[in-house]
Design a protein around this ligand. Structure first.
Ligand code: URA
Length: 282
C-alpha cells in the first residue's frame, strides 16, 4: 500500500527490503527521519586526504621494519599515497608526548575516515603501563564513546585480561586506526598507510615492555607480514622501537572469539603465555 505522506513514496514491502539492505550494508543507526545527502553538504576533503576507496591495494612499509612484499602487493606505491604517509610521518615524529600526538591526530585531515567518524578514538588505559594492546579500528560503540574496546568485544577483552590478573589500569589500549571505518568495513590499505605513522609513534611514546596485537589486521599491519592470524597467533615475535626489540604477541581478536567460541581455548593458551611473560619481566 502506498502512503502519500511517505517522502520516499515506496510500498511497505519496498521499505522492508530497503531496511534489510541497510542492515546488510552495516548501517547501524537512523540519525533523522528525512534522508540527507551528505556528499552535497560535506566540505571537500583537503588535497592531502587519502580517498576511502583506494584504487590499488598498496601498503607503505613502516619505517625501520623490513619490507616483505605481500602476495598481490604492487611493486610500486602510488606517489600520492606515499606522499600522504610521509606527511603523516613528519607530523607524528614532531609529537613529543601522547597529548601532542592526540592533538595532532585530532587536527589531521589526511585520512578520509575522519570525515565519517563521530569521534577520534585515541586510547584507553594507563599510558604508564608496561603492556600495550593494539586493536584494529573502532566499532560503533567506540565511535560513539571515543574510547577503544567499549562494546561487546571490549567486554570480552576485559574478561580475558581479568583472567590473567590484568585490567585497564595495568594496560594501555589503542588501535591501528583511530577512526571507525563506515559500517565497520575493513580499512583500505591507503587508510592504513596514512594512520600507520601515528600508531607507530604512539607505541614509541608509550614504550611498552610487551605488545599484544589483537587480531589479524593489527598483527599483519604492525608486523608488516602477509601471514594470517591463524599462523601468527600465539607465536612470540618482536617489534622494533628505535634501537629496542619489544616482545610482541599476536592473539585472536575478541570479536572473532565471540563468533567462534571454540577458538577461546587457543586464546586462553596465548593469554597464559602473556601472563608468564609479564611475570618474568625485569
Ligand atoms: N575492535 C577493535 O579492533 N578495536 C576497538 O576499539 C573495538 C573493536
Amino acid at each position: 500500500m502506498q502512503d502519500s505522506t511517505d517522502p520516499l513514496n515506496i510500498s511497505r514491502a519496498e521499505a522492508i527490503a530497503l531496511l534489510q539492505y541497510y542492515a546488510a550494508a552495516g548501517v547501524t543507526e537512523a540519525l533523522s527521519d528525512a534522508p540527507v545527502d551528505r556528499y552535497a553538504l560535506a566540505p571537500k576533503p583537503p588535497q592531502n586526504a587519502v580517498p576511502s576507496a583506494a584504487p590499488e591495494p598498496a601498503r607503505t612499509p613502516p619505517a625501520g621494519r623490513a619490507a616483505s612484499p605481500a602476495a598481490g602487493t604492487p611493486k610500486t606505491i602510488p606517489l600520492e599515497q606515499d606522499a600522504s604517509a610521509g606527511i603523516a610521518r613528519d607530523i607524528a615524529a614532531r609529537c613529543q608526548n601522547l597529548d601532542e600526538l592526540r592533538e595532532a591526530l585530532a587536527a589531521y585531515d589526511g585520512c578520509a575516515l575522519k570525515f565519517t567518524a563521530k569521534n577520534l578514538v585515541f586510547s584507553d588505559g594507563n599510558p604508564e603501563a608496561r603492556i600495550m594492546l593494539v586493536g584494529e579500528a573502532p566499532g560503533r560503540d567506540e565511535d560513539i564513546q571515543g574510547r577503544p574496546f567499549v562494546g561487546v568485544s571490549g567486554q570480552l577483552l576485559d574478561r580475558m585480561l581479568a583472567a590473567i590478573g590484568l585490567d585497564r589500569t595495568k594496560v594501555y589500549i589503542a588501535n591501528v586506526l583511530p577512526w571507525r571505518p563506515p559500517g565497520n568495513r575493513t580499512p583500505t590499505p591507503a587508510e592504513q598507510a596514512v594512520c600507520m605513522p601515528f600508531i607507530e609513534r604512539q607505541i614509541e611514546l608509550v614504550d611498552p615492555a610487551v605488545l599484544v596485537f589483537l587480531g589479524g589486521v593489527s598483527a599483519k599491519q604492525m608486523l608488516n607480514t602477509p601471514e594470517g592470524i591463524m599462523k601468527l597467533r600465539g607465536r612470540w615475535t618482536s617489534y622494533r622501537i628505535g634501537s629496542r626489540d619489544v616482545p610482541a604477541l599476536p592473539v585472536f581478536h575478541p570479536a572473532y572469539l565471540l563468533r567462534q567460541p571454540a577458538q577461546k581455548r587457543f586464546a586462553w593458551r596465548d593469554f597464559l603465555s602473556l601472563k608468564q611473560r609479564i611475570e618474568n619481566l625485569p
